[in-house]
Design a protein around this ligand. Structure first.
Ligand code: SF4
Ligand code: SF4
Length: 231
């Protein structure tokens, strides 16, 4: 899932300050699961902003809503009229939500209340940890299912780097060395010899270059022209 953390209240207040009517928009997707951008978080932020506004002598109005997903046009559409009445929208979704609301509600300004962090797994209640950097060319079959791009501090294609100490990373001793974990895993799988092959540098032109990435799932595509619809 995508994890995102709320920005500090002072930073959010500075962003919305030039506007009067603020609509805070929560998202019922990933940020609800990681407890930072759902309905309850919207209520908390609204209360904090009202308090801050009182202290600052402001006269803003804060209204609230939460939609199922800000990355889905059909749900964004449900707040079109509410958005038109506000001077600014404050999104509590990840950056995808902010981008997509801006795109779909073109006459409205959407500001980010969140800092989007990464793609993460819920490793224990209340704690998430990055497991994939969405590189676009997965190599997990070579590394026993452990991602060197997301989990090694240097995103090394071949490792360990030589700075590993007691299984910990030299860059951040609080984390396990991803490459030590890969070595242990490959040993367990009886595939350690495969790590003697040198993996060439990644051609990042197949990944992040060339504008936004995406995919089309043909079975899910619906023809918008009813004339052209196949039954
Ligand atoms: S190699 Fe790592 S970053 Fe790339 S898709 Fe696989 S898990 Fe994600
Ligand atoms: S110690 Fe391990 S995780 Fe840290 S940078 Fe080196 S290979 Fe990567």
């Amino acid at each position: 899932m995508i994890i995102a953390e709320r920005k500090p209240i002072d930073e959010i207040y500075a962003m919305i300050k030039p506007f009067d009517k603020v609509l805070i928009v929560g998202c019922g997707g990933c940020v609800t699961v990681c407890l930072t951008g759902g309905e309850r978080s919207v209520e908390v932020l609204a209360e904090q902003l009202r308090l801050k506004d009182n202290i600052e002598g402001g006269s803003h109005t804060f209204t609230e809503c939460t939609i199922t997903r800000q990355c889905d046009a059909e749900y964004v559409e449900t707040i079109r009229s509410q958005a038109a009445e506000a001077d600014v929208l404050l999104s509590m979704a990840c950056g995808v939500g902010v981008n997509y609301m801006t795109e779909l509600l073109g006459d409205s300004i959407t500001l980010p209340a969140m800092d989007t962090k990464c793609l993460a797994a819920n490793i224990r209640p209340g704690e998430w940890s990055e497991r994939c950097a969405a590189c676009g060319a997965c190599m997990l079959e070579q590394t026993g299912g452990i991602c060197p791009i997301a989990r090694c501090s240097k995103s090394l294609m071949n490792g360990p780097c030589g700075g590993t100490q007691d299984g910990k990373c030299e860059v951040n001793p609080d984390i396990d060395c991803a490459w030590m974990k890969i070595v242990e895993r490959m040993e367990k799988l009886g595939r350690i010899d495969e790590l003697t092959e040198v993996t060439p540098p990644r051609d990042w032109s197949t990944g992040r270059h060339g504008g936004p990435r995406g995919m089309v799932v043909a079975e899910a595509v619906m023809d918008e022209d009813p004339e052209g619809e196949e039954n």
